[in-house]
Ligand binder design. Structure first.
Ligand code: PBG
Length: 344
């Protein structure tokens, strides 16, 4: 039967067919709901900062802090108890340099924190390390520069390889290259395998767009791109969906274990197209600006935070994400635990 013949059966359904019958009560609605976000779907982004003695709140990311090593461990412990298991770790180093050496130094903050977390929590937690240079370079770019000041793709790959091995050695279960260099997944896979880390997975930020929605994140990691620069020569043009599928295909061929679309809400069409073709799990990153916009509007009383946050999470899942990286994860987990204890 063709799709057209099939839909003809439903012509002129009223008054026989009444979709509102299945919307009458909360219990009916719950039973026919097509997707439900669960704690297992969520990945918590976290920031650990070198050289601070107290956690530092990030004003543009309400409820999110730069952690000390101690407060990071306490917070992960609290979130594990709430039922969250996947964590995406970012580091904020005390000093930066042209080569972004903190990203691959064994004493770099993410490596030190990873060791501490895995010693403490073992396989109870899934530790994903963001793999990029931008937090560590004095230019704020995701790679090193060549002699004319452009980001040097292949020189950067060598440093990503070192970072991947350093992160795996420190205990990362998954490394997540976010720099959008060509060939990064293949280079990292090769380096991990050669170093004996065949079992560690790669979550590729495959389709990462040059988005205006990363603003609060750059506050969170204290990154400013030199000379008012931008990332448009390596991150994707927001207008391009076909190119996103090319990026995904290349990452799959290079050995990505999971692929990602980022940001999420503004790119649900891309996410849905990727989810349709991907033979591996698909992640979506609801980025800092997407989170902060909801908070800012809710603060003004213009929208209701709970309703919009849940709507966004459902929309991301409905579009096809298996994993959702979101700053709402701790809030969502607290909400679920509250609902459980009130029997709701
Ligand atoms: C780069 C990186 C960025 C984000 C995650 N990894 C920033 C960027 O590309 O400028 C953004 C995450 C967010 O906005 O929440 N290492």
């Amino acid at each position: 039967m063709s799709l057209q013949d099939w839909s003809l059966q439903f012509l002129a359904p009223f008054p026989m067919r009444r979709p509102r019958r299945l919307r009458r009560t909360p219990a009916i609605r719950a039973g026919v709901r097509e997707v439900a976000v669960t704690l297992d779907d969520l990945v918590v982004p976290m920031f650990v900062r070198e050289g601070i003695s107290e956690p530092v709140e990030i004003p543009s990311l309400p409820g999110v802090s730069q952690h000390t090593l101690d407060s990071l461990i306490k917070e992960v412990e609290r979130l594990l108890e709430l039922g969250l298991h996947w964590f995406l770790l970012f580091g904020v180093p005390q000093s930066k340099d042209a080569q972004g050496s903190g990203a691959y130094d064994d004493k770099g903050i993410v490596q030190v924190a990873s060791h501490a977390l895995k010693d403490r929590f073992g396989s109870d937690m899934v530790l994903v390390c963001d793999l990029c240079l931008d937090e560590y370079t004095d230019t704020g770019h995701c790679g090193v520069l060549d002699s004319v000041g452009d980001v040097d793709n292949d020189a950067t790959l060598k440093l990503y390889q070192r970072a991947a091995v350093a992160q795996a050695a420190a205990g990362a279960d998954v490394v997540a290259p976010s720099g959008m260099m060509d060939g990064q997944v293949g280079a990292i896979r090769q380096a991990l395998d050669e170093a004996g880390f065949k079992e560690r997975a790669i979550l590729a930020y495959s389709a990462k767009f040059a988005s205006g929605l990363y603003g609060p994140f750059r506050d969170a990691v204290d990154v400013e791109i030199v000379g008012g620069g931008n990332r448009r020569s390596y991150q994707q043009d927001p207008a391009n969906k076909r190119e996103a599928l090319l990026e995904v295909a290349m990452d799959l061929a290079e050995g990505a274990d999971m692929v990602m679309v980022k940001p999420a809400i503004a790119y649900l069409d891309v996410l849905s197209a990727v989810a349709e073709i991907s033979p591996v799990p698909v992640a979506a990153y609801q980025v800092s600006g997407e989170y902060s916009m909801v908070h800012a509007a809710a603060e003004r009383g213009w929208i209701e935070l709970e309703a919009v946050a849940l709507e966004h999470l459902s929309a991301i899942k409905r579009a096809g994400a298996d994993l959702i990286i979101t700053y709402f994860a701790p809030w969502f987990a607290a909400l679920k635990s509250q609902q459980r204890s009130s029997g709701g």
